[in-house]
Design a protein around this ligand. Structure first.
Ligand code: PLP
Length: 395
């Protein structure tokens, strides 16, 4: 078990600090070197552009910190979330490996995108079960490669999300029941028809694709370091987690790239689905039973990825939980900030974690968050609701 210190933050939220002493040797699951190929490749895609890193000075002043940086992933490749650098990259890698095995030569992505292998790929089917953002990323990757794509969703997924996935050329199959039922159905059908599964969580015997996804995610932090242009690094970073792939990727990247100079890393979860915080408290990976009823759909996961847990148990400084109300408040603050940042419920969770910590002097002090802190959060998705109803952004 890791030594921890728990601080009650009210409304069911709490902060759990890792007080095991200096961090153990980082788990080099996806170190900087391994991710370098992924980052280089994604930077060559036709739709690639770095997302904005915004410094929200007024909001930083309001919060009593020196700097608030927001990496705005809502505009990533026109897909509304950070997921495309992971899911789409994993699809491309899957296809590349298949073609290399088939042709017995090195295949590069430009050749795949040019349609040179169209005949070999047209009947290949990529599948995934997802409530939204990951499905768009996978559909986007499949379309770039000229493969078919089937995305399995449960009945609770909104029509908007289904239509967004269909617009990228994928077939959407609605499965009765929960998210877990859609995962099971996708896996069964994939096995029966020899389809390729692209899931963003790792488990025993299924790690290659999730590792690719995590390597793709490292691009986000690589861009941040580039965009800082040698300015002081953030002192703290807060990253929201569902299965933890994004946070683990960024945490491992920062450990490998910056070593002792890395920012304090704070994992943010919904109080309804805090599988990483619970795992940390228990000392082993733990499942949090549902229903994971939260408006932060991307964070509604009861079990951490088998790759995320080992990276975060040593790499994270603390685990904080937040309520849907915290997320709503953070979304609002981002929407009225200068410049404004459009952020959905899961997207604003990093800032919500900061607000929750700042609400407690003890918690802030325990993490050394004060007027000298330079804090980075990632707005992981745009505010789709606000796009549908423009009047809401003003509020
Ligand atoms: C918008 C958004 N933010 C954060 C996350 C969490 O990412 P992960 O599941 O890799 O922890 C997700 C996951 O779907 C998401 O959609």
């Amino acid at each position: 078990m890791f030594e921890n210190a728990t601080i009650d933050l009210g409304h069911g939220a709490r902060l759990v600090r890792n007080v095991s002493g200096p961090c153990q040797e980082p788990e080099r699951i996806i170190g900087a070197d391994q991710g370098a190929d992924a980052r280089m490749q994604i930077r060559t895609w036709p739709s690639y552009e770095p997302t904005q890193l915004r410094s929200l000075t007024d909001l930083a002043n309001q919060l009593g910190i020196a700097q608030l940086l927001v990496k705005d992933e809502g505009s990533r490749m026109g897909l509304g979330s950070f997921k495309s650098v992971g899911g789409a990259y994993a699809v491309v890698e899957l296809v590349r490996r298949y073609l290399e095995a088939l042709t017995q030569r090195v295949v590069n992505t430009a050749e795949i995108f040019s349609g040179e292998f169209r005949n070999l790929l047209a009947d290949k089917v990529i599948v995934s079960a997802t409530a939204g953002n990951h499905g768009k990323a996978v559909a986007f990757g499949a379309r770039m490669c000229g493969c078919q794509c089937r995305i399995f969703v449960h009945g609770g997924v909104t029509d908007d999300r289904v239509q967004a996935i269909e617009a990228l050329g994928a077939d959407v199959i609605v499965v009765e029941g929960s998210y877990d039922d859609s995962v099971r159905e996708a896996a069964e059908q994939a096995l029966r028809h020899d389809w390729w599964v692209v899931a963003d969580t790792a488990y025993d015997g299924y790690t290659k694709v999730p590792v690719d996804i995590m390597r793709g995610y490292t691009l986000i932090m690589d861009e941040v370091i580039e965009q800082l242009k040698g300015e002081a690094l953030p002192t703290h970073i807060l990253v929201q987690t569902g299965v933890g792939s994004l946070a683990a990727a960024l945490c491992a990247f920062l450990q490998a790239r910056l070593g002792e100079d890395r920012p304090r890393f704070i994992v943010v979860e919904s109080v309804k689905a805090a599988c990483l915080q619970e795992s940390f408290l228990c000392g082993h990976s733990t499942i949090v039973s549902g229903p994971h009823a939260t408006s932060m759909l991307g964070l509604a996961a009861g079990e951490a990825s088998a790759l995320a847990w080992p990276a975060l148990r040593t790499g994270a400084t603390a685990f904080v939980t937040i309520t849907d109300g915290d997320s709503a408040q953070a979304r609002h603050l981002l929407a009225i900030a200068h410049p404004p940042v459009s952020s959905g419920p899961s997207g604003a969770a990093g800032l919500a974690g900061l607000l929750r910590i700042l609400s407690s002097e003890t918690a802030s002090q325990s993490l050394n968050i004060n007027q000298h802190s330079r804090i980075l959060v990632i707005s992981t998705e745009e505010d789709v609701e606000a796009l549908a109803q423009p009047s809401k952004t003003a509020g």
